[in-house]
Design a protein around this ligand. Structure first.
Ligand code: ADP
Length: 404
């Protein structure tokens, strides 16, 4: 029997579900959509049937993830793409934290669910929502293979010196404290696409990937394997982000507690939700920050400069980690769209062989492209990420392997 070719990708957040239905024969999208504000009175489902060119919106309360997935299933069914279709081969779920245990995409069974549950203490915001999405989808199609694709998996190749914090290993191990890294699906996809852009096999190239979205992370990828990444135990470490501080002297936390009188939860909220670009200047959208910078706004200028300074430090650090760098790839919302960020991050690094061509950097373009001068020693690239396609590809590869 030939394997069906469609994969539904589900990304279940605490109050949202993003989904895409893909046909793996040509990796095309059949439908995409989003349910937001689940559990509130103002929930919204936006569904686009790509093949029919039709977008529909539903506004009104959607009580929980089960109701959300049922509503999604109904929308898909209206387009003849329902979950009961024999064309559907599998459902691929994004799971944020796979700890040390999950190093690759994994077929979901009760044991896998238990393990994802055991990881909740290190991913309290994400794993519970991911689990709810999986359980609901399994309820709707218990017979269908469902695959967990972990944000952390690509980083499990990090060597111990990069993955360990310099604290007592007994305490670290007891509490599973180590650097896990996130955005792994994107780093994997973008590093491979960058190799393809250079006309090389991933095993031949060393790439620094800069995933700059609302969350942001850098990774050092050596011959296709991640050897370092900027996020750590949680997605708070590393680069300056939309609302997260990134790197910080840990003593700032003790100081806020002892001197500032703040509770642990208040500090958590401060550093995760009210810091980064937003904390520095009141905006976390790079478009708005650039507009303000161009108008001479000093607060926005300083926020931008702090963001760039941190980014540049990571480029330098990962250059040193890799020893030889073939390409630096910018990706995600800011990396793909903000030419001033790319220009500023690379400015002054000519000594490292890094430069951007102003014309190429400023030009708009859709696919992966080089923005460094033709003779550049290290190529600088813009490589659009596609986490859903990567999740679908990994899911389908596993299902195909198991069907042989
Ligand atoms: P998420 O982490 O939510 O997946 P994205 O990768 O979609 O984020 O990136 C979202 C961010 O991308 C926005 O907050 C905004 O700062 C930035 N962005 C999007 N489009 C542009 C643009 N044209 N110019 C500058 N920044 C942009």
């Amino acid at each position: 029997m030939t394997l069906p070719t469609r994969v539904l990708v589900l990304n279940s957040g605490s109050s949202s579900v993003k989904y895409q239905l893909l046909d793996m024969r040509d990796r095309s999208r059949l439908a995409v959509g989003l349910v937001e504000r689940i559990g509130e009175q103002t929930s919204r489902l936006k569904h686009t049937c790509v093949t029919g060119g039709d977008t529909r919106e539903q506004n009104g309360p959607i009580a929980d993830h089960e109701a959300a997935l049922k509503a999604v299933a109904e929308e898909l069914a209206r387009d003849g793409l329902g979950l009961d279709s024999p064309e559907l081969a599998a459902i691929g779920h994004r799971v944020v934290h796979g700890g040390m245990f999950f190093t690759e995409p994994t077929l979901i069974d009760e044991g896998v669910l238990t393990e994802i549950e055991r990881l909740i203490p290190v991913a309290p915001l994400h794993n519970p929502a991911n689990l709810t999405g999986i359980r609901t989808a399994r309820g709707l199609r218990p017979d269908l293979p469902q695959v967990a694709v972990f944000d952390t998996a690509f980083h499990t190749t990090m060597p111990e010196p990069a993955a360990r914090y310099a604290i007592d290993p007994k305490i670290a191990d007891r509490h599973r404290i180590r650097r896990y890294g996130f955005h792994g699906t994107s780093h994997a996809y973008v590093s491979r696409e960058t190799a393809r852009l250079l006309g090389k096999d991933p095993s031949e190239v060393n790439v620094i990937v800069l995933h700059l979205g609302n969350g942001a992370s850098a990774s050092a990828v050596e011959g296709g394997r991640c050897v370092d990444t900027s996020m750590g135990l949680t997605p708070l470490e590393g680069l300056v982000m939309g609302t997260r501080s990134g790197d910080l002297d840990p003593a700032v936390i003790f100081h806020l507690e002892r001197v500032g009188g703040m509770s642990t939860d208040e500090i958590d909220t401060l550093l995760n939700k009210r810091s980064g670009l937003f904390g520095l200047c009141g905006d976390n959208d790079m478009r708005e920050i650039r507009r303000r910078v161009d108008e001479g706004d000093e607060e926005a200028r300083l926020a931008f400069d702090i963001y760039i300074h941190r980014l540049k430090k990571y480029i330098g650090a990962y250059y040193a980690v890799l020893g030889r760098v073939d390409a630096v790839a910018f990706t995600a919302g800011v990396g793909e769209n903000a030419a001033p960020v790319r220009e500023a991050a690379v400015a002054g690094l000519e000594g490292l062989g890094l430069a951007v061509d102003a014309g190429l950097n400023g030009a708009r373009g859709d696919g992966p492209r080089l923005i460094s001068p033709g003779d550049a020693r290290v190529k600088v690239a813009v490589v659009p990420t596609d986490e859903e396609l990567e999740i679908a590809t990994q899911t389908y590869a596993l299902v195909e392997k198991n069907s042989r």
